[in-house]
Ligand binder design. Structure first.
Ligand SMILES: [Zn+2]
Length: 85
């Protein structure tokens, strides 16, 4: 019984953490993360046409000047994680 209760509690904690990351991640904190991985903000490209994106220092999303596609900092972070490993 005790074991089952522990699993439920940890699953709830993980969900809470993900939500917090989603709310607070912006391009400024993304830049810090990328620098640690040896990347620069200019290496981020639009997923649609691979056009370079002009990322702002603040904000959680950017609209591509080429195709008007909205790119979210959260999604960029996922890509960076793949690149850095
Ligand atoms: Zn684009």
């Amino acid at each position: 019984m005790h074991g089952r209760r522990s699993i439920v509690a940890s699953a709830a904690a993980v969900g809470e953490m993900r939500e917090r990351v989603h709310l607070t991640i912006d391009f400024g904190s993304l830049e810090d993360y990328m620098k640690k991985g040896g990347l620069s903000l200019t290496s981020i490209k639009c997923p649609e046409y691979s056009a370079p994106l002009r990322l702002p220092k603040v904000g959680t999303e950017v609209v591509c000047q080429h195709c008007s596609n909205t790119v979210y900092a959260q999604d960029v972070l996922e890509k960076i994680k793949e690149l850095i490993g």
